[in-house]
Design a protein around this ligand. Structure first.
Ligand SMILES: [Zn+2]
Length: 173
């Protein structure tokens, strides 16, 4: 992927690495990005060991508590994503399991004969999905606010009673 604005905060990106990642360094770090980065910087012997492990049915875990964008979800932490790499149908697969209320499904990020590309996709998937979940949540909150305003409910206004107490409620002005 490659984009000129940050997936999480929509700010413009200039740094080539940020553009490639689709996220600025601060947002990336805040979402837990970078914690598996060292996994890419190993020697060929270690890659061969991983290749062997995966081909024999092993799996490599890249975190279990990433957030996942679900349309209309007003709580960004409600759906979680677990990212792993496995070997399936002669390819290395970066995939995730999404769990949450009414959901337990598998998503495939990439399926490739290149083990390094599969690792890269798995490492990138967590922070990227968390950023998209954050955006989906912000969008949902905006729409909920709009609906509240349309129906005459305004959080900021209170109904003043005669005895001087007040309570949140409809704005009749
Ligand atoms: Zn950002």
């Amino acid at each position: 992927m490659s984009q000129n604005t940050c997936t999480r905060c929509n700010r413009a990106l200039k740094d080539p690495q940020s553009v490639k990642r689709g996220m600025g360094p601060i947002c990336y770090r805040e979402l837990g990005g970078g914690i598996f980065e060292a996994d890419m910087e190993v020697d060929e012997k270690e890659w061969a060991r991983r290749d062997e492990l995966l081909r024999h049915g092993g799996e490599v875990d890249f975190g279990v508590n990433w957030q996942y964008p679900i349309e209309g979800n007003l709580l960004p932490t409600l759906y979680t994503l677990r990212v792993s790499v496995r070997f399936k149908d002669e390819n290395f697969e970066a995939y995730g399991i999404v769990t949450g209320p009414g959901k337990n499904e598998e998503v495939i990020f990439t399926s490739t004969p290149d083990i390094k590309a599969a690792y890269r996709a798995a490492i990138d998937a967590g922070p990227r999905c968390s950023a998209e979940a954050f955006q989906a949540w912000k969008q949902g909150a905006r729409e909920a606010r709009k609906m509240m305003q349309k129906s005459g409910i305004n959080r900021a206004t209170c109904v003043k009673r005669r005895d001087g107490t007040s309570s949140p409620g409809r704005d009749y002005t």
